[in-house]
Structures are given as structure tokens and as C-alpha cells.
Design a protein around this ligand. Sequence first.
Ligand SMILES: Cc1ncc(COP(=O)(O)O)c(C=O)c1O
Ligand SMILES: N[C@@H](CCCC[NH3+])C(=O)O
Length: 436
Amino acid sequence: MVLQTQFAQIRDRSLYIDDVNAMDLVKKYGTPLYVMSEGHIRHQFEELKTKFLDKYDNVLPLFASKSFSCLEIYKIASEYGIGIDCVSAGEISIALKAGFDPHKIYFHGNNKLPSEIDYAIAHDVDHFVIDNFYEIELIEKIATQYDKTIYATVRVVPEIKAGGHGYIQTGHKDTKFGFSARNGIYLKAIQQIADSTHIEFEGIHCHIGSQVFDLYAYISAMHRFVRFAYEIYDQLGIMVKKINAGGGYGIAYTKKDEPLEFETITSEIMNIIKDGYDKRGWEMPMVLVEPGRYVVGNAGITLYTVGAVKDIPDVRTYMSVDGGMTDNIRTALYDAQYDGIIVNKAYERRDTKVTVAGKVCESADIVVKEIMLPYPEPGDIFAQFSTGAYHYSMSSNYNQLPKPAVVFTYQGKSKLVIRRQTFDDLIAFDVQEDYQ
Ligand SMILES: Cc1ncc(COP(=O)(O)O)c(C=O)c1O
Ligand SMILES: N[C@@H](CCCC[NH3+])C(=O)O
């Protein structure tokens, strides 16, 4: 069993997160409960700051906020001088509400709606990662109406296969994201932007995929991007002044995972771009990175109460908990693996092979596929580790299960950041209208 954050420990017969006893959190807030270690989150933001933002000239780390988006995270992020990646007007609206500087928001997405583009531009968001030709037209039209300038990076497909599961690969040739480099398609897009009146071309954007452990994939992608920069200059006479190298940095969910160091990836990225630009006698472009999971993934621990326990002779023991695929879709969707403990049996032998099941009416509703635990009983508290990224942000109300609360812990204290949904919340959007 591995706790993937220094901010959580097993001691005094319990689990402590930022020195807060998990059993006290259960008593205070109930289960299922998403616990986020603010200690861990701040530590990771500090890494982005000291090991990238402060280390190099003309760089900007972005937090990919789709991994965990709520008012509190944007407030904390803004303290570190970094930017954020938002993928919808909804995310932008929360960031703005939290007081985030609109000029440090980068708007991503493969199908930004006209209404979203309008919302972003109206609210002074001026950095767009442009994905397709339709979007160029929309931005030009809407930016002209507002008479504002939009600064564009163009997402180009590097044709590299990387990422923890087929569903989270984005840089291969057959992808819905970005402009293909085939037949000069991306060059046409850049020319169209250069010819526009309210979009200023700044550079190119690369994101190969998520939960990536392969350094070579980042290296190959950056070599390809340097070649794109050469091609853009040679064919169009346009200089690439900004390269966004994307995110995707894998984290450890179990002891089998071997994540790369943040600085190992970023120094390769910086060196390759520098060498490539030096060869042409060009000034170094601005470089951005945009990890999400790396910041919040290992900060999260989900606490569940155990209910039914079923032994299927010669097969396995099913331990059902009070949540499921509604608060953790990753196991069903990506076959994701997790570690965890029974908190109140933290010191007992892990001698039972258990499948942790959710309470949703789906066979795919598995929280942890296979884990060795002490024999479970109803009322035990199961802690699932590394649930900070893409858990709360991908949660749903399937089976009309209210979403769990999110609690932050920091320096021996806890606070409620998102309250638990109530049954009234489940019908908050139902209206009873007569036919008209
Ligand atoms: C464009 C883009 N940037 C950044 C990210 C963040 O990825 P991760 O959370 O794996 O770092 C994603 C998600 O894969 C993405 O699509
Ligand atoms: N949601 C995915 C990552 C996708 C990231 C967004 N492009 C996960 O949980 O691993």
C-alpha cells in the first residue's frame, strides 16, 4: 500500500491528512467524502512556481482546471502567479467569480460554442488555443464585434501516441483535437489567422495525452514542434513566439506506477526548444506547460462507508461502499487502478482479495478492481487514495445519488469547500410547466 503524498500518513491506528484524523472527518462531514489536502495542492503549485515560473525567463505554467474545478482551487492557484487552462465558459465563469485574472486564462476546447466565445471575450479572456477553422471564423467575428484582440496559439497534432489509456490519448493522428499537420492543414489555419484583423497569431500548442510516463513521447513531440516552427517560418514567414507544451504528467496511483519528475520533463522541453531556436539564431519563444492531474491527483482521498460484504466462494469478496461510479468514473471508463486502506483497520493484516463495488445499478460500477484488505465488515471506513483529479470534476447524479461534499485539509484543520448535495438539489432544475 502506498500513500502517494507526504501530506497523509497512517499513524496512531488511523489515517491523517494534513494532520487531520480521517475518522474525525467522517464524523463531522459524513461519507462518501472527497478530502483534498491543501498541503499537497500548495506543494504542487509551489513546484510549478519554483521549478518552472521562477526558474526560466518568459515561461508560464497553467493549471489544467478540468482536473478539479471549483472556486477554492482558482483562488489558491491565483496566489502562485500561474495561469489556468479552462475548457468551457462554465469553468471560465467559476474562475472569474474566484477573482482569477482573465488575461491569465487560456481557453481550450475542440468545439467552443459561439455563446462561449462571446462570454469569454466579453469577460476579457484574450488567450485562445485555437482548434479548428470554424473557431477561427467565430473568434474573428465576435472579437470584431467587441473590437478586442485575441492572442492565439494553434493546436497542432504531433502524431504521437502516449497516455495511460486509449481514451486519454490526444496526440495521435486520428484525433478530434487540433489541426492536422498533414497536407499543410495547420499552415492554412495559421495563414488565416495572420490574415484576420482581430486575432494575433502567437504560437503553437501541443498536448499528447494524459497520465503519460514516457519521457521519449515528450521529447519526440517537442522535436516535432521545433520542426513545425521552422516550417511556419519557412513557408509563411511567420515566427512562432510561443510554444505551449501541454500537460499529461502521469502520477502514481499504485506502486507499479513510476512517474517522471516534473523537472525532468520541463528541462527536456526547454532544452529541445532552446537548441532548435539557437540553431536558427532565434530568440527563445515563451514556453507554457499545463498539467492538471500532477497538481491535484495525489491530493485527493475519498472516504466511503462499507455496507454489504459478499463472499463468492472461489471467486472473490465484494465490498460495497456508499458511493460508486457517480463519484469515481475512472475505474469503469479507463480501467484505472487504485490503492487504499480500511482506515479503522489500518494495522490489521491485508489478507483478503477484495473488489470494492459501488452502489450504482451497473456491473461496471467498480471503485477498485482488486485490492488486498483486512476482511471488511459493514461500518468500516474505506479510504481510496489519489482521487483528486477527474473524480469530483467527472462526478454525476446517476441513480439520483447526491454528489459528495468536498473538504479541504490544511495544517491540522479542515473546511467544507463544496457542500454535500441534498435530495432537494436533485430536483433543483425540475420545473412543472403546463403544455403551451
Ligand atoms: C489540452 C490539455 N491540456 C492539459 C490537460 C491536462 O492533462 P493532465 O491532467 O493529464 O495533466 C489536458 C487533459 O488531458 C488537455 O486536454
Ligand atoms: N479524465 C481523464 C483525463 C482526461 C484529461 C482531459 N483531456 C482521466 O481521468 O484520466
